[in-house]
Design a protein. Sequence first.
Length: 237
Amino acid sequence: MSADSSATLAERTWQTSRCQVLFVPLGSTEQHGPHLPLGTDATVAQAVARDLTARSIRAGSDAAAAPVLGYGASGEHEAFAGTISIGTAVLTTVLVEIGRSAGRWAPRLVFVNGHGGNVDAVRAAVRILRDESRDVGWLACAAPPLDDVAPDAHAGRTETSLMLHLAPGLVRTSRVAAGQTRPLREILPDLQRAGLAGVSANGVLGDPAGASADEGAMLLTAMCDRAWSRMPAGDPV
Ligand SMILES: [Zn+2]
């Protein structure tokens, strides 16, 4: 593949950037416990966006992955250093403007969201853009259950496995430790009142024990399969 038909938008030029589908990965800059980097959600979203771009190209459409948006809505993590949140209102505006601007040359845009805290903004932005008659949708980077257990809410086994697969050098294996392991529904009131620091001293919700790179590869494939199944034959999502 030449640079002019690169799957990575940033590698194209203005003369070759028009494409049928643009995937825009959305991450966060947010604490992920003592062992995972702040850019974990961005790394995962980028990997899923790249995979979906490759599948779209194989299916015959000219697709590209835009640069990842590394800031999101992470207010509940702000007690932990390193977190930078732009909040739901600003994120909504940013996404709407990305949609309007890219919509001048990319007829179809799909946000690929890697951070749960961004969902309200993504939904609101997609609603606004669709009301303007744009072909815009979004997909979640949603991991399947492991051994019939729902994925960890934050920096637990699921995200640790994904990062061991995608960026093993950034996983501080000597600092892996369990965090708050009670079910999310039980801790939700405290989390909403006091933020994540109110329910987990080390910033982890779940237990990374058992995580592995092989499991991460399997989870990533399942995540991409699931996202891809939501946009069959290039229909609007
Ligand atoms: Zn995360």
